[in-house]
Design a protein around this ligand. Structure first.
Ligand SMILES: Cc1cc2nc3c(=O)[nH]c(=O)nc-3n(C[C@H](O)[C@H](O)[C@H](O)COP(=O)(O)OP(=O)(O)OC[C@H]3O[C@@H](n4cnc5c(N)ncnc54)[C@H](O)[C@@H]3O)c2cc1C
Length: 815
């Protein structure tokens, strides 16, 4: 019999796995009772029912850890609260290291965990043996013990969420497949189902493996794909129920006690994408066929680690699908394409441990219109259309699964699905021995190898093989001139009689004035948080060019479109592919470019912060005198078909001026040395320009009040700022910083680093990071304390400064 459905619900959730049920539970906690959850078969019948149930309190970043920690705390009380058993137990977990590099990684992770408030302690092989008597510890270097980790029964925990949601007023309907999403004028209006239509104000896609399919119903990209995911369960080994979970990542395996037996799960390096031609209609509590050959290498490693497995039978060989994304992070939040349509899918094998926090965060996001804290790491608006391409997905997810347990090397690049987007200079850079990395599908030259050296990463937590090449690039930019391909910048043209008034409202800085001004600005939300960080150049009275980072292109474009009132006479166009961008940066840049143009490049004629069309070689292009590297220089916006010609001429002339081709790693090092902020790392929607030290680019007094002005004025009127972005430089030139290193002042934890690199001009590792102190953070507070940064469980003294340690008065760009 077809289920009875209401004709309307305020919020419709599609999917009754642990994520959908947790969301329903949390929405009712916020007083949203008119919630309807629709499940095509039975609750948990997708992926949730067969998960191993590992729950850990730490994930890759501070905010994901916040969500995981919330989950751990919730699972402790959920059973008591709902009266539904969850099987949750807090046995702790061990991550073991059998080589120095892994040990370095684990200790860096332990430092990070502590910075985020998750207890983590280094333990010896002897202690590991006590905690995990079955283990062969002969080859162990050490381990990290996380006492707060645990495990839960995924199906029972989902039922507890469902029970809590129902008693909070939500309706849960099984055996009711959503067959369509109704939309009008770019808004979700409700769903179509096998049992009739339901109108809704909000629709949420929690459809797990089916998330991409459900996204398609709404015209929304949800780039995820299923892979087969394996574990075995042994015959009884009388394993004590108190045994901690154990991860042996070098052997791609995890271990968990399971009713006296051992569950051994795999994160093999090359995964098997599943259901390439579509998920079978009758999928419900379905198990996939065994593949013993595929699992065998992991089993061999397991027998080495737990020798008793050699003579213990396997009771169950389990293979089930889980969805993976193109960057191993889940997709959460509002969709880019459709108003009132949200996503929570693609959980990359951490759905059980994330479910509590995800449900809480998404419920707040829906109820309040913004996330409870910065969730850009997992924000679904980071997706790019090419990522939803089937071939791209299949290639990439086969790598994504294994990367969860692979070494998390700094600067690690994906090996699959490469070469998707190339700048007009790609072949030229390749011929010059560039080593490429990928961002948003773009191939970007990260560094250049000298002639005769293969441009290939050799990863390490210590100095990698490109360290000195990058150093040469930085030195060339600081002392002569560097040439950077910055073509992957996103570029939007805003045109129309109302272009100025529209942008004045969105931009915190003043973008008025005569054509030819290039203005650095932020876009803020009503709370004063930074939504975007970009450059706005006035091209004409009625035209502007907005330039932003490749990674945030879609998000920033959406923000812009959303804030153009329907009655405004202004339109926006994405012209990213139409222009290459060449950054010519360094003290010799003027002399070099002056040789190639008849335009006057003197400081008087072409001052800092201005932009105009000039001729170089055979091209007419736009030159903007701005720099992300902190040196005299110009960004050249070259029509794509002219780019190679201009590049060749600059290179030809450049040899007389000490020009060097430079990559993105050099750019990053130079900008951190100059303390330039990077959106997504150092600044985000939770940080205001005042906290971020960007108050100098906020035009409080301009005629058009900008979005976020009131919140900023309010913050400005407070006696002190209790959170400030600070630059650090280690006293010791040896250790390297990457980000997420804890910051201590006089032995007390006050924050963690948000981005870091080795600064070749300063001759040491440099970082940015927020310092939090109720008494207020200013330079005298910094000077009065002794700062240390923690690297792999060791603390190193550091200088702390609110002004850039390199060229504090920004004189070098203005010569
Ligand atoms: C072998 C294995 C081990 C794992 N171990 C762990 C672990 O130890 N720890 C951990 O955190 N995670 C683990 N995971 C991952 C975890 O199981 C998932 O991340 C999690 O279950 C995802 O939950 P979900 O609600 O997003 O998806 P699902 O549980 O798949 O729920 C989605 C639901 O949506 C329904 N649906 C789809 N389309 C429609 C439609 N059109 N209309 C209505 N309903 C629809 C489906 O029927 C399904 O029930 C493991 C996964 C596997 C495969």
């Amino acid at each position: 019999m077809a289920p009875q459905l209401p004709t309307h619900a305020q919020i419709v959730i599609i999917g009754g796995g642990i994520i959908g049920c947790s969301l329903a539970y949390h929405l009712t906690k916020l007083g949203r009772k008119d919630v309807l959850l629709l499940e095509r078969k039975k609750l948990t019948s997708g992926t949730t029912w067969h998960a191993a149930g590992l729950v850990r309190a730490m994930l890759y970043t501070a905010n994901l850890t916040k969500l995981a920690k919330y989950t751990v705390d919730l699972y402790k009380t959920l059973e008591r609260e709902t009266g539904q058993a969850t099987g949750y137990k807090q046995n702790g977990s061990l991550s073991i290291a059998t080589n120095e590099e892994r040990w370095d990684e684990l200790r860096r992770g332990a430092s990070m965990a502590r910075a985020f408030g998750v207890p983590a302690e280094q333990v010896t092989a002897k202690r590991v043996q006590e905690l995990w008597p079955l283990m062969n510890t002969a080859d162990l270097i050490g381990a990290i013990h996380f006492p707060e980790d645990g495990s839960t029964n995924p199906a029972d925990t989902t039922m507890a969420f469902a029970k809590g949601a129902r008693s909070g007023g939500a309706r849960i309907v099984e055996d009711c497949k959503v067959t369509g999403v109704r939309t009008k004028n770019g808004r979700a209006l409700g769903v179509q189902t096998e049992a009739g239509d339901v109108s809704a104000e909000i629709v949420v896609n929690c459809a797990g493996l089916w998330g991409r399919e459900v996204g398609k119903m709404a015209g929304v990209d949800v780039p995820l794909h299923a892979c087969e995911h394996f574990y075995i369960v042994t015959e009884s080994m009388n394993v004590p129920s108190t045994l901690p979970v154990m991860r042996d990542m070098d052997a791609c395996a995890y271990y968990k006690e399971d009713a006296g037996k051992l569950l051994v799960g795999a994160f093999e390096p090359k995964a098997k994408p599943w259901a390439v031609d579509g998920i079978p209609e009758d999928f419900c509590f379905t198990e996939l066929p065994e593949d013993f050959d595929h699992f065998e290498p992991v089993l061999q490693g397991a027998i080495h680690r737990v020798p008793r497995l050699a003579d213990t039978g396997i009771r169950k060989f389990f293979n089930g699908p889980e969805s993976f994304t193109t960057d191993q992070r889940y997709l959460l939040g509002p969709s880019l394409e459709l108003e009132n349509f949200y996503v929570a899918a693609g959980f990359n094998s951490v759905g059980i441990q994330s479910a509590g926090g995800v449900g809480m965060a998404l419920a707040h996001w829906i109820a309040e219109g913004h996330p409870p804290f910065d969730l850009w790491d997992v924000d679904s608006r980071r997706s790019m259309p090419h990522q939803n391409n089937k071939s791209f997905l299949i290639d990439r997810v086969s790598e994504a699964l294994g990367l969860l347990y692979a070494m998390h090397w700094p600067y690690r690049q994906f090996e699959t699905a490469r070469g998707v987007r190339k700048t007009p200079l790609y072949e030229r850079l390749k011929a010059h021995n560039a080593c490429f990395g990928e961002v948003a599908g773009w191939e970007r030259a990260n560094w250049f190898a000298p002639k005769g050296v293969e441009p290939k990463y050799q990863y390490s937590f210590k100095r990698q093989n490109w360290f000195e090449y990058c150093g040469d690039e930085c030195r060339a930019t600081r002392t002569a001139v560097g040439l950077f391909d910055q073509s992957t910048f996103a570029k939007f043209i805003v045109r129309g009689p109302d272009a100025e008034s529209v942008l004045q409202r969105i931009c915190a800085n003043d973008v008025g004035g005569a054509p030819g001004r290039a203005v650095y600005t932020q876009w803020l939300n009503e709370r004063g948080g930074i939504e975007a960080d970009l450059t706005v150049t006035r091209l004409a009275d009625d035209a502007y060019m907005v330039v932003t980072a490749a990674a945030t292109a879609r998000r920033d474009l959406l923000w812009l479109k959303k804030h153009i009132p329907s009655e405004a006479r202004a339109a926006v166009e994405d012209v990213t592919s139409a222009y290459a961008v060449l950054g010519v940066m360094g003290p010799n840049s003027r002399a070099l470019l002056q040789k190639l143009t008849s335009a006057d490049l003197s400081n008087a004629a072409f001052p800092f912060g201005t932009s105009r069309e000039i001729e170089i070689a055979y091209a007419r292009l736009r030159a903007s005198r701005i720099s992300y590297m902190g040196e005299l220089g110009w960004e050249l916006y070259v029509p794509a078909e002219f780019a190679v010609g201009v590049f060749d001429r600059i290179l030809e002339e450049g040899s007389a001026h000490g020009l060097k081709l430079c990559g993105m790693h050099a750019m990053d090092s130079l900008r951190i040395e100059k303390a330039y902020r990077h959106w997504g790392h150092d600044i985000g929607e939770e940080d205001t320009p005042l906290e971020a030290g960007l108050g100098f680019v906020v035009a409080f007094d301009k005629k058009v009040p900008f979005i976020g002005r009131d919140a900023l004025l309010n913050q400005k009127s407070q006696p002190r700022l209790t959170k400030r972005l600070v630059q650090f430089a280690l006293e010791d030139p040896e250790p390297l910083l990457y980000h997420n290193e804890p910051i201590y002042r006089d032995g007390k934890l006050v924050g963690y680093t948000s981005s870091a690199a080795y600064g070749h001009a300063l001759g040491r590792a440099v970082a940015l990071g927020y310092v939090n102190a109720p008494e207020g953070v200013d330079q005298s507070y910094l000077d009065a304390g002794k700062f240390e940064l923690e690297v792999a469980c060791r603390r190193f003294p550091a200088r702390a400064s609110l002004r850039p340690l390199y060229d504090p008065r920004s004189e070098r760009m203005r010569i």
